[in-house]
Design a protein around this ligand. Structure first.
Ligand SMILES: [Zn+2]
Length: 220
């Protein structure tokens, strides 16, 4: 009975310790001048952008929602560049579908903490923060304007395998063509593809924006 009580208190203390660590976790403090944050809701700029915010559903690598609202934001110049890409795709019968844009830092921290060591290259280290935290990275794919269906790519979004590499030579010719088309349109408008994820693009001015930890509900 005495032993059980001892174990109980040890478990309780350990839980308090985890909660304490969670509470003191803060984004890295960055020195220097930055542009004023101006996060824009993407669908307000262009209603033909489709949203598939996986992190607001169970359909993501965490297995549960990490966002309470299915919304997507980027810093204004990045959002305007994205709208341009979407317009250029229209004559080809295609549009952009957005999986994620701005991501609060606390979510990046959670992704890092739950991802096993061998897959860490697919997630950002919270010590440096992610370009998503700066509102200058977007995860996206293509959809067919006529059917509204997402276009097939050589791999799935958030898949942690070599099929995610933008230069992966597997899959069908058509899948690779679609992936490369997305990349070329994004690159022509100031975005760079991430070397291990065909769906992730950074906007050229990401260095000028601070890491943010504001929740979606606080963005008008
Ligand atoms: Zn991303």
């Amino acid at each position: 009975m005495v032993i059980n009580k001892f174990v109980f208190w040890r478990v309780k203390l350990f839980l308090y310790f985890l909660i304490f660590i969670g509470c003191i976790s803060r984004p890295p403090q960055e020195k220097g001048g930055f542009k004023k944050t101006d996060l824009v809701e993407l669908t307000q700029l262009d209603s033909t952008l489709h949203l598939d915010i996986r992190y607001a559903t169970n359909n993501n690598f965490v297995g549960r929602p990490v966002y309470t609202e299915a919304r997507a934001f980027l810093q204004r110049p990045a959002a305007e560049a994205l709208v341009k890409v979407n317009k250029e795709l229209k004559p080809l019968g295609l549009g952009l579908v957005i999986f994620d844009g701005y991501r609060p830092w606390s979510v990046t921290k959670l992704f890092w903490d739950i991802t096993p060591k061998q897959y860490k290259k697919f997630v950002a280290n919270p010590k440096q923060g992610s370009r998503h935290n700066r509102g200058c990275a977007v995860d996206l794919s293509l959809y067919d304007l006529a059917s509204g269906k997402q276009v097939e790519m050589p791999g799935e979004y958030d898949e942690m395998t070599k099929r995610s590499y933008p230069n992966y030579m597997g899959g069908t010719k058509e899948q690779r063509k679609m992936r490369d088309l997305l990349r070329s349109k994004m690159e022509a408008n100031g975005f760079t593809v991430f070397e291990v994820e065909w769906w992730h693009f950074d906007y050229k001015d990401w260095r000028f924006y601070r890491i943010q930890n504001i929740p979606f509900s606080a963005i008008k």
